[in-house]
Design a protein around this ligand. Structure first.
Ligand code: FAD
Length: 333
């Protein structure tokens, strides 16, 4: 990812798309078809594949990463959590990623059992192994990957523009509380920061400013990629913002509440709202290309509308002619 970013003009924009592994064969087949369409039509700089806490989706996450990285040739960032993961599971995941050609890992702590956000109950044993004392925080995983694999993997870490909220310590939710630990993750060699979703663009801008100006100097140029979740429905919005502890600014809430019974209208206004966030961020100075990460929920339509509205879809890769007359995409060569 950082190599691809270095090759972009500094004043350009890019985006990434996040997908989770479906639970069923038919869900996987549907996503395969959708991903093929999206890869061709939208041309993300990279895609993310989520990881079930404790390794509960490991086989399915790797199967999805195989599809995106190998079959669709999309630069893939595999999420990897470390809480309730044995060192053996972490090693296996990293070796499998390597074997698939995946060069990017988002190193996360993960949530302790019981949060249902990234769970897949098809592997109930996955969380039984909590004997692991190697990894407590995400920084432990960043250090481990760097120690074991050097610079083979480009390693991203999570950031929280409105502070991280732990179920056990909700009173700690503040950017100030997290900052020393984000400093640790950057000092351990994190290559980029990807953020929790937000709708409060002013809070996000303030977060970015605070990082860029941090006395450690560690965040001056590191890519910070804001996380955006397109609005799929009023109910999903309320649920995801509650789970992620993201604020809904009063004006955003007012616009959506007025039409909350009309799903199509909610989607339409949601596209307006996310596009406005993107316009604001595009106009905010950044030391390098300006990126956007989309939590797609494996859905296609609304994110496509946002990308079109915000002119984020890059032109199709130019075709070049090889010496033998074959025509290839520049990318394939
Ligand atoms: P950490 O960086 O370890 O921080 C966790 C909390 O502990 C923070 O409150 C921090 O301030 C505090 N802390 C850190 N170090 C210390 C310390 N030494 N002492 C005391 N407190 C400390 N979850 C999944 O299960 N699967 C996914 O695929 C997934 N993808 C995600 C993608 C993104 C972009 C984001 C933002 C989150 C994702 N999550 C995912 C959720 C994530 O796993 C949870 O939010 C988790 O609770 C925290 O993970 P972290 O990597 O931020 O942890």
């Amino acid at each position: 990812i950082t190599d691809k970013l270095a090759a972009l003009p500094p004043d350009s924009n890019y985006f990434s798309l996040e997908f989770f592994p479906p639970k069923t064969q038919s869900g996987f087949a549907n996503l395969h078809a959708r991903l093929s369409r999206m890869a061709q039509a939208l041309r993300p700089l990279f895609v993310n594949v989520t990881w079930g806490a404790g390794g509960s989706t490991s086989a399915k996450s790797l199967a999805l990463a195989e599809l995106t990285q190998r079959s669709l040739q999309l630069t893939t960032c595999l999420h990897l959590t470390c809480t309730n993961m044995s060192r053996k599971l972490v090693d296996e995941a990293l070796e499998s990623a390597k074997a698939l050609g995946v060069r990017n890992i988002l190193a996360l702590r993960g949530d302790p059992p019981r949060s249902d956000e990234y769970r897949d109950d098809s592997n109930p044993d996955a969380e039984a192994d909590d004997s692991n004392k190697d990894f407590t925080w995400a920084v432990d995983l960043v250090r481990y990957i760097k120690k074991e694999h050097g610079d083979y993997f480009c390693v991203g870490v999570a950031g929280y523009p409105e502070g991280h909220s732990d179920q056990s310590h909700p009173e700690h939710q503040s950017v100030g509380h997290d900052l020393p630990y984000l400093v640790e993750k950057a000092a351990a060699g994190a290559d980029f920061i990807m953020t929790q979703l937000f709708y409060d663009v002013e809070a996000y801008k303030e977060y970015e400013r605070r990082l860029r100006e941090h006395e450690s100097g560690l965040f001056k140029t590191i890519p910070i990629i804001p996380g955006l979740m397109p609005v799929q429905s009023y109910q999903i919005l309320r649920r995801t913002t509650k789970l992620s502890h993201a604020a809904l600014p009063p004006d955003v809430l007012k616009r959506l509440e007025a039409i909350k019974g009309d799903d199509e209208a909610v989607k339409r206004v949601g596209v307006d709202i996310i596009s406005e966030v993107i316009e604001t961020m595009k106009a905010t100075p950044n030391p390098g290309p300006r990126g956007f990460h989309f939590y797609t929920l494996n859905l296609e339509k609304v994110v496509t509308q946002v990308l079109e509205r915000s002119s984020l879809i890059p032109p199709a890769t130019p075709m070049v002619t090889a010496p033998n007359g074959d025509v290839w995409s520049d990318h394939a060569i």
